[in-house]
Design a protein around this ligand. Structure first.
Ligand SMILES: Cc1ncc(C[n+]2csc(CCOP(=O)(O)OP(=O)(O)O)c2C)c(N)n1
Length: 656
């Protein structure tokens, strides 16, 4: 149960938060602190009143203005000060700073407006699914209701009756812009649209906030779905440090509304002075602690925690793949994941049977594992964000994005949220989310359903990008991804779905000899028609370009007596250099092939890698990619735009 409410205790907490924030502003202006900060001066009752209504293990998810929420709920003044000062003893080892705080199971904050609402929703659904009675409270500013993802998340929270309390701190201003210039309608109507009961308080004092929060928390905890509390408030300080553009008159009006001063009038001078002294000494202690703490140490290396690579066994991989199509392999990999782990959860649009997904990849899964399959609204950002929350809560979410093109709608959640959590929260959370998506053209679907957007995700810090072919060990790759600390983007080229593995010998598929190198879970593949001997050239490709490269290699040998080795990695980022270089032919030209336009893509990265290991100067090198235009719907035009086997043949011949 939340502790018994005492107005004096609430006042002491508010005064301590205020002293902390004032200390920060002074330290910034004195040059002792650098970076950014957003203080909650004037909004202390919101943080303190709500936090006092929560239980110890309830979660708060917060935004850029997070200090008050953190101090009121977690109470770690030293850890927060050290975090803001960039010290090792900070709650995230100094990696997160003021806006990115985490105390696992109790508190998470991020500085991207709006994106925390799906995180909070995922955490709340996860808590509910694991049978916990603890709720999640998310604090959102009024200006943030301009972000679409907030509405996606509210809808998902309402559909799932998630134990989520949304607290809107409506201070009437977003950075420097008065909200009435940018926002139409009311908060009540917004929540009403999702059937989320909402209560608004106008400039409440801390006891008003507490009383309202107790009621809302109880209803949320009782399984009555999400609730909302709108707190009309006043921001007394600048948005950040010195960026207040309001007039002196506006500021003076604000000071008249100061809720801390109003509450103070209830107490004797003795009580006030005692509270001030306690607050000052607490903040001073935190400041000195942070000052004397060692500086932040680097993020632990990814290599150190990588599973020990077992070299891939060609015959074993082919035994598993034999006779199966790419779509069947993925489907079976998903069956294994859901069957083997009750915490594995599938999310996506139209994934239920009898439809089974736009490309039938999820066929049979909802029938077999009903409770583990969640149909999602058309909300790519929302569902990826929710998956992040579920993962932090201990689940293994697998998200299907219907077409790879729609990844752009979820880019913020993938790049700014999920991929960062591990590092910015200093290894305190694992985010084993798998985001699967069909990618690429050659189906006549036109510009918005045919792109290959992979390169936009290569290099996103904390994100793994896999792009297997039908000759890679799909089930193992999925299982391995489900054990990672960071999210995986699993790209499935559409033309591969119907490709099957026709084995013609122990280590042969059709007329090609097969070899794998690198870890068993994401090996690099090599194909050769001449038993890996004396090939004239290397074709480096990945994903859906493999069948095209195979056709080119076949024709080069049959028509031109030119033998090629094809090399195709399965993990594109981070790229495993060693097997790639080991598998390439020692001599002859190297041609890279990718389905998107070549500039700044796969081939460019390979060229840079070869130059760095001094291999480029002795080899001829070329890139084959799409022409730089939208993918046309007309099949004749699409064929001209996308790279074909003839383009690869020409590129090889020109360099011999
Ligand atoms: C997606 C995104 N856009 C813009 C910003 C920059 N920014 C940080 S806080 C802020 C204002 C937010 O206003 P509001 O939600 O009302 O919260 P308040 O600052 O008033 O607490 C802006 C524009 C951001 N951090 N994230």
């Amino acid at each position: 149960m939340a502790s018994e409410f005492s107005i004096l205790e609430a006042y002491e907490k508010m005064i301590a938060v205020r002293a902390f924030e004032n200390c920060l502003l002074e330290s910034f202006s004195g040059g002792e602190l650098t970076g950014t900060t957003h203080t909650c001066l004037g909004q202390e009752p919101n943080a303190v009143g709500v936090a006092m209504a929560l239980e110890h293990n309830d979660i708060i998810v917060s935004n850029h203005r997070s200090h008050g929420h953190f101090l009121a709920h977690v109470g770690d003044f030293k850890g927060l000060m050290a975090e803001i000062m960039g010290k090792q003893t900070g709650v995230c080892g100094g990696k997160g700073g003021s806006q990115h705080l985490a105390v696992p199971g109790r508190f998470y904050a991020n500085g991207i407006q709006g994106g925390i609402v799906p995180l909070a929703t995922g955490l709340a659904i996860g808590r509910d699914k694991s049978g916990s009675k603890n709720i999640v409270t998310v604090f959102v500013g009024d200006g943030t209701f301009g972000e679409g993802v907030v509405y996606e998340a509210l809808n998902i929270a309402a559909v799932h009756q998630a134990p989520l309390l949304v607290v809107v701190e409506n201070n009437g201003i977003a950075q420097t812009t008065p909200s009435h210039l940018t926002t139409s309608g009311s908060f009540e109507a917004r929540f009403e649209a999702f059937s989320i009961p909402c209560l608004t308080l106008d400039h409440p004092l801390v006891d008003d906030v507490y009383e309202a929060a107790v009621d809302k928390v109880a209803k949320t905890r009782d399984g009555r779905g999400p609730h909302a509390l709108v707190l009309n408030s006043i921001r007394l300080g600048p948005h950040s440090k010195g960026d207040d553009t309001r007039t002196e008159l506006e500021l003076a009006r604000g000071r008249d509304l100061d809720p801390v001063v109003k509450t103070q009038s209830m107490f004797s001078n003795l009580e006030i002075n005692k509270a001030l002294d306690m607050a000052q000494s607490k903040v001073k202690e935190a400041y000195n602690y942070a000052l004397s703490s060692p500086p932040a140490s680097p993020v632990a290396s990814r290599d150190a925690e990588a599973t020990v690579p077992i070299d891939a066994d060609t015959a074993a991989i082919l035994n598993n793949l034999e006779g199966q199509s790419f779509v069947d392999q993925i489907n079976q990999g998903l069956h294994q994941l859901l069957a083997g782990n009750k915490n594995a959860i599938l999310l996506g649009e139209d994934i239920l049977d009898p439809y089974g997904g736009a490309f039938k990849v999820t066929s049979g899964l909802s029938t077999r594992y009903g409770g583990q399959v969640f149909p999602m609204p058309i909300s790519e950002a929302g569902m990826v964000g929710v998956a992040g929350g579920l993962a932090i809560q201990g689940f293994i979410p697998i998200v299907e994005i219907m077409f790879g093109d729609f990844l752009c709608l979820a880019m913020d959640q993938i790049v700014n949220h999920l991929a960062h959590y591990r590092d910015m929260y200093d290894n305190q959370v694992a985010v084993p989310v798998i985001i699967r998506t069909p990618m690429g053209g050659r189906r006549g679907y036109g510009p918005s359903h045919s792109q290959t957007l992979d390169k936009h995700f290569f290099g996103a810090s904390g994100l793994r990008v896999l792009a297997p072919t039908h000759l890679h060990p799909i089930a193992e790759m999925l299982a391995d991804s489900s054990k990672q600390m960071t999210p995986t983007l699993f790209i499935e080229n559409k033309v591969l779905y119907s490709q099957s593995v026709e084995r013609t010998g122990e280590d042969m598929v059709e007329d090609f000899f097969v070899r794998y190198r690198g870890g068993a879970n994401s090996p690099t593949l090599a194909l050769s028609m001449t038993e890996f001997e004396d090939e004239d050239a290397t074709i480096l490709c990945y994903g859906g370009m493999l069948p095209v490269a195979i056709e080119a290699a076949r024709n080069l040998l049959i028509k031109n007596e030119i033998s090629c080795r094809i090399v195709a990695p399965s993990i594109l980022y981070p790229l495993d250099h060693t097997p790639l270089i080991e598998l390439m032919t020692p001599n002859g030209p190297i041609v890279t092939v990718e389905e998107s336009a070549a500039p700044f893509g796969f081939g460019a990265e390979i060229a840079a890698l070869l130059a760095e290991v001094n291999l480029l100067y002795q080899r001829k090198f070329g890139r084959v990619g799409a022409s730089e235009q939208s993918i046309a719907a007309a099949r004749t035009l699409e064929d001209e735009i996308l790279p074909q086997s003839d383009d690869i043949i020409q590129a090889v011949i020109q360099r011999l």
